[in-house]
Design a protein around this ligand. Sequence first.
Ligand code: HEM
Length: 294
Amino acid sequence: MVERSLVGCQAVGGPPEASGGWPLLGHIVPIQRSPLGFLPGLAKYGAVVKIGFGTLPVYVVAHPDAVRDVLVPGDIDYKRGLCFERLKPGLGEGIATASVDEHRRLRTLLQPVFSRERLVEYSTIMRTAAEEAVQKWHDGEVVQADEAMDDLALTALTRSLFRFTATEETAEAIKHGMRELTRTLKETSAGGLAIPADAEMIYSPYLLHHDARWFPDPQRFDPDRWLPENAAKLPKNAYIPFAAGAYQCIGKIFATTELAMMTAVICAKWRAELTPGTEVREVASALITGLGPV
Ligand code: HEM
């Protein structure tokens, strides 16, 4: 394992601890009471903030600069944290649980599957899958949107990727993709703060993406945030739905092409309305899963 030298580190103090912790339980109580209220509230403490998962101290990355420090060196001074050790038996061996060298090998193995030429072919497959799905709907039908989108995404994925590549190893490598808890190998710094060795670090896309400093009125649906002139003002690593650095999502262009293609096909034929009486609300959940049968 390669380790980053500490030469040049200028961290002065350690991260502050978030208030509201309980003896022995740490911040489990406020997290359980309101996970989506608790997380964005952490940004006010600074670039990194310490919370307790029970008695285990966990350092939460809460600023784009600290995201860069933790994620962008990627394969050097962090290893997969406690969460992955616990989950490994369930996840099995795959790109998400691989060692640094094995990860690099699997990434290289997967790269051709996501080449520009392949993506052009996949976009035709995605369009056909979406057209077939929307033709089955009829006027006035109630469609469970999340399930319909999951089905459609899985159809497009299996028809695209596994048509070309069904070697067992590639399929296994694609199966797992989640790494949001990481552990420092030695004392280091993030966002200018000193992080001790062997510290569990976590980043939450929800926290980062609801930071009112970069996303004013963060709960508001405002697609204009993504107009080029507005997006250009965002600090680097403020918006990281596909992570960043060496472990970032290899399927990023695949996924964004698919999203655009499906939205275009659906909106060309249908106008969706919310079923009367439906309440739309946020739900906190974590997803660590394979991509289905491969
Ligand atoms: C909107 C859809 C998607 C989102 C938001 C997403 C997000 C992510 C994120 C955040 C990671 C990094 C996890 C970490 O911190 O290690 C990741 C990794 C990964 N994703 Fe995705 N992903 C999406 C779609 C896809 C698709 C469609 C594929 C395959 C076709 C895919 C394949 C992978 C793989 C193989 C990895 C592991 C990469 C590595 O460890 O080097 N993802 N994804």
